[in-house]
Design a protein around this ligand. Structure first.
Ligand code: G3H
Ligand code: 13P
Ligand code: ZN
Length: 320
């Protein structure tokens, strides 16, 4: 059993409380490799932002669970070396079973998501409660989910979103003891969230209903990439084929961050930033074969993107 506290990580409790009171959101960036980890830490130190570094099941398979834990410990040390001991949470994204959540808690994660959103309500309650009971013994915070996002969630694909039902949230939070709740109000995972010409509008009315039922409770927004068009263009101009990729307008994320939404998940925008730079460098330098040359440029761009999000969208800059 490795405690996250010994690794220098924090759980999400205190930072969510501050985010709620200060009307901003904590960024949750996914990472799978060294360059993403470096970029997240550097950007969050430079913008003085608390951060949630999150790992999906796919990331655990890709990067190895043990290495990821050491990387998170490394992230804490790297932040200090860069000059600021920012709060860093190591979070399991879309945990799909009690066993996965337990294994993460036992290996140093400070926060886990148990995603039972695709299960019948009572089964979601039972699974989430079981994870909470285990996690809270070790002061690890838990995120649950009600409502299903459209798009792809870890290999499970949903055609249409199934909005969170405000009438369920109070009962769910009470019965499970979760520390935060992911909701579905029109976002989706990936780079194709909306169709061209569609009136893009998150369901703030549902969010308001939810806030009334559980006042002050931390809400989480998944699928919150903006699908930065500048990156889509660079990708397409350099041999890529991303047609009609569209995301959540920044203005709507700013509005969400001021509400009870305390955590905003961003993965796709980071992927796009990296891919855009890698494609550009390789197209412009056909003889290049040193990964540091193209991954380094991708990493630099990711730093820029994350600082922009923290400073101008989520409002988490200068809150560490
Ligand atoms: O929720 C999905 C995240 O973007 C993680 O994606 O499962 O491909 O690592 P992944
Ligand atoms: P995006 O695909 O919009 O970046 O969402 C990521 C996410 O919700 C991870 O859980
Ligand atoms: Zn998600």
């Amino acid at each position: 059993m490795i405690s996250y506290k010994d690794l220098g990580l924090v759980n999400s409790k205190e930072i969510f409380k501050k985010a709620f009171e200060g009307q901003y959101a904590i960024p949750a960036y996914n990472f799978n490799n060294l360059e993403q980890m470096q970029a997240i830490v550097k950007a969050c130190v430079e913008s003085s932002s608390p951060v949630i570094m999150q790992v999906s099941k796919g990331a655990r398979n890709y990067a190895n669970e043990t290495l990821l834990r050491y990387m998170a410990q490394g992230a804490v040390e790297y932040a200090k070396e860069l000059g600021k001991n920012i709060p860093i949470v190591l979070h399991l994204d879309h945990g799909d079973s009690f066993e996965t959540a337990k294994s993460c808690i036992d290996s140093g994660f400070s926060s886990v998501m148990i995603d039972g959103s695709h299960l019948p309500y009572e089964e979601n309650v039972a699974l989430t409660k079981k994870v909470v009971e285990y996690a809270h013994k070790y002061d690890v915070t838990v995120e649950g989910e009600l409502g299903v996002l459209a798009g792809i969630e870890d290999e499970i694909s949903h055609e249409k979103s199934n909005y969170t039902r405000p009438e369920e949230v109070e009962d769910f939070v009470k019965k499970t003891g979760v520390d935060s709740l992911a909701i579905s109000i029109g976002t989706s995972h990936g780079a194709f969230k909306f169709k061209p010409g569609e009136d893009i509008q998150l369901r703030f009315d549902i969010l308001e209903e939810i806030e009334k039922k559980i006042p002050g409770f931390p809400i989480v927004l998944h699928g919150a990439s903006s699908v930065v068009q500048e990156y889509v263009k660079i990708i397409n101009d350099n041999g890529g084929e991303l047609k009609d990729a569209l995301g959540v307008p920044e203005e709507q994320l700013r509005k969400a961050a001021k509400s009870a939404v305390c955590k905003i998940n961003i993965d796709s925008d980071g992927r796009l930033a990296m891919t855009a730079m890698v494609r550009k460098v390789l197209t412009e330098n056909k003889g290049e074969f040193d990964p540091r040359k193209y991954l380094g440029k991708g990493r630099d761009e990711l730093v820029k993107l994350i600082k922009h999000k923290n400073e101008h969208v989520l409002g988490s800059a200068n809150r560490a």
